[in-house]
Design a binder for this molecule. Sequence first.
Ligand SMILES: [Mn+2]
Length: 350
Amino acid sequence: MRTRRRTDRGVEAQHQRLSRPPPEALAQAAAVARVLVGADRVLVEGHSDPDGDVCGSCLALCCALRELGRQVVVYSEQPFPHNFAWLPGGALVETRLDPDARFDATVICDAGDLSRLGPQSPQPPWCGTLCWIDHHRHPSPPGDVNYVDPAAPAVGEQIREILHVMNHPISIDVATCIYASLVSDTGSFRYANTTPRALTLAGEMVACGVNPWQMTERIFESQPRERLLLLSRVLPTLDISPCGRFASITISSADMAAVNAGPELTDGFINFPRSIAGVEVAIQFRQRDGEYKVGFRSRGNVDVSGVAEQLGGGGHANAAGCILAGDLLKVRQQVYLAVRQHLDRQRGRR
Ligand SMILES: [Mn+2]
């Protein structure tokens, strides 16, 4: 009996540890909170080609700061994708910034790198104190104040921690945005970042009034028909390597134009090649002007961030990308070679 109780306490302690961010992350959250408490005009921005985590984390912070009486501008060069634009505050997102706009603080969410910000993003000193909130690894985060926690399942969780430090209660609007960021970055609670922290936070948001089925319906089951029409053109481009360990799809400008679909409708397409048995790395080539935006997704412990870096990009272990100029044939050859070598190296290490 005694042993049993000790075990229970051990499990509980482990649960506590895994369901909370580490102390150093909380200290960084507090530093950002201090900046925000003293700021009246705040700019919030995420990376270009905004995904659910960018939309959810930026809008969660925006809603909370507005509840606190702050003036907040959310800037995104590209409009938020249809399945996240409906989030509270989403209608007020600005795709252009007044060049004379001045801010006390600028909060960058989920950006990975400065190069992934919009062209009108204000430079110092007009941006005010630059707060860098991210769960991408960065050798030297560029903010005046940095809150980088690679173990955070989504930046939405980091926003939750900042609001916690500020002692600001989570409204249903904020909870909706945070849940959206989580459901998006964890692939509906399927990816490896579906940690106790992710699930604990999701539970909290549901307790705040978020309705999971309603979120599913709005995020995943309200697709514009153009998206499916585009998918029907993209799937025939499926190319599986002779070894069967990687596979790619290609999204051409011509196919997008033919069905009147923009790049914002392609989110998640890359999961199709990854879902093939035996495929360890999925690659997506998306044409954009004279270049290709190349996305990598891997499964398990295959780390694609190294491949992306080798090709001038970056990202996470299981999701990374780069941009390459040139025609498709050349770009494909270059990428396939890098992926093949990378997979061979990883196999050699195991
Ligand atoms: Mn993210």
